[in-house]
Each structure stands twice: as C-alpha cells, then as structure tokens.
Design a protein around this ligand. Structure first.
Ligand code: 13P
Length: 249
C-alpha cells in the first residue's frame, strides 16, 4: 500500500486568460473545503502570478507545465526553477508527451529538468507513456521503463521525491481512457522499478493521466498503485475538476 495523500493535478495546457482563470480558480478554491487529497493546478507561466494571488490562503497548490534544465543565463524563452520558486510553485510537469512529441524532448533532457526542479525544492511531475503504435507492438513496459530509468539514473537517491505520471499518449485528449486494469498494470511496473531504486518507493505518488473525468475517476483511483490524476480537459471546468477531487478520498 502506498503511504500518502492522493494528488489531483490539473494541467491547463495552453488554455486560459485573465478573466477565465479568475472564474475557474475562484470556483475551485471555493469547492476545496475539507478536501482529503492534495490539489494543484499547473498553469501557463504568464499566469503563475495571477493564480498565486487567487489561491492565497487556500490549500490549492501551484504548478508549472515545464522548467528549464539550466540554472540561468543565455537561454532565450526558458523559465528557470528559481524563477518558478519565486512565484510559490510547488510542482513542475516535465516531459509531458506533448513536449516530447512537438519539442523533441529526450529522456535525458526530461531527467535533467527533473533534477533542476528538485534542486530548488520543486517537485517534478515526470510524465511517461507509450504511443498507440508502441502499445499495439507490445512495447508499453519497455517504453515507460526506459523513460523512468533516465530520471532514476540522473536523480539518484532523490528519486523518491518525484511524482510520476503515467499518461498513455493514445488516451490524452481522445476520450479513450485506459481501463483501470490497464492503468494499474503499468503503474505496478513503475512501482516495481522504483522499488529497485529506492527503499521509499511506496511514498512515490504515481498519477494516471489521459481522458480522466468525473465519470471514470473513482474506478481509476481505486487501483492500488494509482495515487492520483493528472487532468487535462476536465481541469478547465470547475464542476468537473471538483467531482474528480471528490472521488479522490
Ligand atoms: P486530457 O485529460 O485532456 O486527456 O489530458 C491529459 C493530460 O495530458 C494531462 O497532462
């Protein structure tokens, strides 16, 4: 059994605007009374300051969607972990499949980003997941283990401080969710890999992501190695997001 609170993290992706964020965060904060789990929203970098103000005094945690692997300097367009820390960021997604796919991020770069976040006290949410072609070819385990191995190798004994998110690429934004059994099977593989790397593997939060919604959240979250969710589309609607949070008790 794992030994921590569940984590529900919203990934807004490249969505939002000043007025929409204001309404969404106020509604989420208002609905967070007596929440048993940890809740975070990972917002586009320009809105970190706005959401930090809106969440002030509430249990809502703030997350970023990416972080530079570099400390500082001539890296135009990048945002460092120290900068995120200045805005109260607790989590940073690294290696989301959209960044691996559209921005050419490699397993090693993702591992280096995780290291940069950890060095500044930010918890990286390290995303892994196979494409549909990889699943159909029977390569799911091999792919996710390779992706997680890079993070383990680079981060050594700090590995128990990361969050892992299993996001099958074929389930992201498609409405096609992994079944609870399919997800649990992969989560168990990841847990076993973590056990081989650290004695604190039970403490590592492993999220599921990919078309998670109010209707399917409870059955996914009931699996022994599913410790929470990374929610895309459904995190943009306060009522849906709050229903998922309520399912994470
Ligand atoms: P959806 O919930 O929209 O499928 O997105 C999942 C995701 O990519 C979260 O990071």
């Amino acid at each position: 059994m794992t030994t921590h609170k569940k984590l529900i993290a919203g990934n807004w992706k490249m969505n939002g605007g000043i007025a929409a964020n204001d309404a969404l965060v106020r509604a989420v904060v208002a609905g967070l009374q007596d929440t048993a789990c940890t809740v975070a929203v990972c917002v586009p970098a320009p809105y970190l300051a706005q959401v930090q103000m809106l969440r002030h005094g509430s249990p809502l945690e703030l997350g970023a969607q990416d972080v530079s692997s570099h400390e500082q300097g001539a890296f135009t367009g990048e945002v460092s972990a120290a900068m995120l820390k200045d805005f109260g960021v607790r989590y940073a997604i690294v290696g989301h499949s959209e960044r691996r796919q559209y921005h050419g991020e490699t397993d090693q770069l993702v591992a280096d980003k995780a290291r940069a976040a950890l060095a500044h006290g930010i918890t990286p949410i390290v995303c892994v997941g196979e494409t549909l072609a990889e699943r159909e070819a029977g390569h799911t385990e091999e792919v996710v283990k390779r992706q997680l191995a890079a993070a383990i190798h680079t981060n050594g004994h700090c590995i128990s401080e990361i969050v892992v998110a299993y996001e099958p690429v074929w389930a992201i934004g498609t409405g096609r969710t992994a079944t609870p059994e399919q997800a649990q099977q992969v989560h168990a593989v990841l847990r076993a890999q973590l056990r081989a790397a650290t004695e604190h593997a039970e403490r590592v939060v492993i999220l599921y992501g990919g078309s998670m919604n109010a209707a399917n959240a409870a059955s996914l979250l009931a699996q022994p190695d599913i410790d929470g969710g990374l929610i895309g589309g459904a995190s943009l609607k306060a009522a849906d997001f709050l229903q998922i949070i309520a399912a994470a008790r």
